[in-house]
Design a protein around this ligand. Structure first.
Ligand SMILES: [Ca+2]
Ligand SMILES: [Ca+2]
Length: 197
């Protein structure tokens, strides 16, 4: 009986050795190397006509500047949507409240106020009421608008391209004596945002 038990123990020990052993395998492996992920840059350059910034003196109700422009030039590596905003930095509120601005795209000929194709009205109203969230690179205002990934309506300025925004500034004819002998200073800012629709 003792011999049988010893034999069983030997068998169990042997099985343990077998179970604990690792099998050899044949294998093969290949890699796709050099995966990278990098981001682009949003960068705008703002060029302008000689009459910008506006520098108006001795104005009166109904006075208007001539047509000036600024060029929103995409100098980054990503197409972008462009927005304009205006903010008063100092000076008279009664005068600021009566400043009126007209914004138009330059159209196909790139020249302001020639009424050619693509010369769309962007805004015609009081500067203080300008809707700053408005994308001015939309096809409604800009005939070169693009959307390379087709993800939404074309409202991007593509890399290396320029949108010319024509503008003239006037003092509304309804301005009263509260705006007389006053001055106001304001900023016009263009914000470029990477494509988001
Ligand atoms: Ca034109
Ligand atoms: Ca877009």
């Amino acid at each position: 009986m003792k011999k049988i038990i010893l034999s069983l123990l030997t068998i169990v020990a042997a099985l343990t050795v077998v179970v604990g052993a690792t099998y050899g395998v044949f294998s093969d492996s290949k890699s796709i190397t050099g995966n990278t992920f990098a981001t682009g840059t949003v960068e705008l350059t703002l060029n302008k006509s000689a009459g910008k910034p506006f520098s108006v003196t001795n104005a009166y109700p109904g006075y208007s500047t001539g047509w000036e422009y600024m060029d929103i030039y995409n100098t980054g590596s990503l197409e972008f949507e462009a927005q304009i905003s205006f903010s008063k930095t100092s000076g008279s509120d009664p005068l600021w409240n009566k400043l009126w601005i007209t914004l138009e795209s330059a159209g196909g000929d790139g020249t302001c106020n020639t009424d050619d194709w693509g010369e769309w009205m962007i805004y015609d109203g009081y500067v203080k009421n300008y809707p700053s969230s408005r994308v001015v690179s939309d096809t409604a205002y800009y005939h070169l608008a693009n959307e390379s990934d087709g993800s939404g309506p074309p409202d991007n300025i593509i890399v290396g391209w320029t949108e010319r925004v024509c503008q003239k500034l006037m003092l509304h004819s309804s301005a009263g004596n509260g705006a007389m002998g006053q001055s106001v200073t304001f900023d016009e800012t263009v914000t470029a945002k990477s494509d988001n629709d």
